[in-house]
Design a protein. Structure first.
Length: 280
């Protein structure tokens, strides 16, 4: 049986932070790795003005995404082609081309077709709040959850002419509060600022008890960092994510954590392999 991992992300560069390590690790192990990117990232901030302009940002970000995929060993990249919706409450949310305005059934069908073609055993996306409330992340969650069931149902999207496929597991990628605490403390000790403005006394991240799978990607941290560097328009060279001391980067990035949301097979409460129970 050929193993296949599919990750569903909102924008170019999202694939690196939550899943760069697992994409690199499983690709190196011979697993077919598939990335679905839902939007073009056209509304992203340009942190390096020499890298792009607002007019060509979508094109540049696609190039950055393809470069990152090559670094991580991603075998197949699929672009759903929606326009970046921007942050919640911005005018871009109302753009009829945006992912935020996309018909849920139509967008789910696009993902169902990719699932049926690639036949992944494991799907990975965001939690229901998208991790931090971005409309495109929330939409990516919604279509992935819907497609997990729809792809297996022969009565859904029969016009595709493809055999139904039932992924075995659906995971949500999460950054835990303890991971953020280690990151913030490590940056403080290194004399570096936090990666974004954080309110006094606030620690972002999900409760640690949500984690059901902790995947060791320590051997692939250098690839994850190189993939971050490929996204020049979004991650500045002086970003704390890139400037942190190597030993801190290794500590922060060596484990990627996930919550098992749905499973069609019996699973253990704590996994160290997303393909646990699926390997022959």
């Amino acid at each position: 049986m050929t193993l296949c991992l599919m990750t569903v992300h909102a924008h170019p560069d999202d694939e690196v932070f939550l899943t760069g390590g697992i994409l690199a690790r499983y690709a190196a192990e011979g697993v077919r790795t598939v990335l679905v990117t839902c939007t073009d990232g056209a509304v992203g901030e340009i942190v390096d003005p020499t890298a792009a302009t607002p007019e060509n940002l979508a094109e540049v970000r696609e190039g950055e995404l393809r470069a990152a995929c090559a670094i991580l060993g991603v075998r197949d990249l699929y672009l759903l082609g929606y326009r970046d919706s921007g942050m919640a409450g911005t005018p871009e949310n109302a753009d009829p081309r945006s992912f935020n305005q996309a018909d849920l059934g139509e967008a789910t069908g696009r993902l169902v077709e990719i699932i049926r073609r690639c036949q992944p055993q494991v799907l990975v996306t965001y939690t229901s709040d998208g991790g931090y409330g971005h409309p495109d992340h929330i939409r990516a969650h919604q279509i992935t959850v819907a497609a997990f069931d729809a792809a297996a149902d022969p009565n859904r999207y029969p016009q595709q002419g493809l055999q139904p496929w039932a992924p075995a597991k659906l995971y949500y990628g999460i950054w835990t509060r303890s991971s953020f605490e280690r990151l913030l403390n490590g940056l403080r000790e290194a004399g570096l600022p936090p990666p974004w403005e954080i309110a006094e006394g606030e620690t972002p991240g999900a409760p640690d008890e949500m984690v059901t799978a902790a995947i060791d990607v320590s051997a692939y941290v250098p690839l994850k960092i190189r993939a971050m560097q490929a996204h020049r328009t979004q991650i500045p060279a002086d970003s704390p994510f890139l400037r942190m001391p190597p030993e801190l980067a290794q500590e922060i990035y060596r484990i990627e954590t996930f919550q098992l949301a749905q499973s069609r097979i019996e699973t253990a409460p704590h996994e160290t392999d997303l393909f646990a129970g699926l390997r022959v």
